[in-house]
Write a protein that binds this ligand. Structure first.
Ligand SMILES: [Zn+2]
Length: 165
């Protein structure tokens, strides 16, 4: 079967998609490999465990998940291994990847970001070295991936539309 677009078709098709997505809630785009790795790594350990979400610089997609093996886990809080995360970032920046956010696991039933999580996101956004408009803060809880996003200047997290590609 042949399937072709002429240039005009493509523009119309793209414009249609843009209209479809305009005004909708934010999307959390994540590659199937990173999504599977995140669920697998976080489900395999006791909460709260976390890892860094990385993706191509200048594009919102997440393509890599790197577990943080140095964060000190506690039943209802977590401390991010900042030194380790910065070390990971330094490794990936030359590859054209940048940090998009942080995924972590919650104990069963805790399917929202905690006040401590929101403070952590606000702190990341307040760092003058970080110019991102939003930080991805998905939570893995009871085997589910909950796609939260914290935007600059907002005090509450938004539940994004999850797009696995
Ligand atoms: Zn949390």
């Amino acid at each position: 079967m042949r399937f072709e677009f002429t240039a005009g078709d493509v523009i119309e098709f793209a414009a249609g998609l843009a209209g479809l997505f305009a005004g909708l809630r934010p999307r959390l785009l994540v590659a199937a490999t990173a999504y599977a790795a995140c669920l697998r790594e976080l489900s395999a350990r006791e909460p709260e465990f976390g890892g860094l979400l990385l993706g191509p610089a200048g594009h919102p997609a997440v393509t890599h998940f790197v577990p943080d093996l140095t964060g000190a886990a506690a039943p209802s809080s977590f401390t991010v291994g900042a030194a380790r995360l910065n070390e990971i970032l330094r490794q990936y920046v030359p590859l054209g990847l940048e940090g998009k956010g942080f995924a972590h696991s919650h104990p069963s039933g805790f399917d929202r970001l905690s006040p401590a999580d929101l403070r952590y996101a606000a702190k990341l956004l307040a760092n003058p070295r970080n110019d991102a408009a939003e930080v991805l803060m998905p939570v893995v809880c009871d085997g589910r991936f909950l796609p939260f996003v914290v935007r600059r200047g907002r005090r509450r997290a938004v539940s994004a539309e999850l797009v696995v590609f």
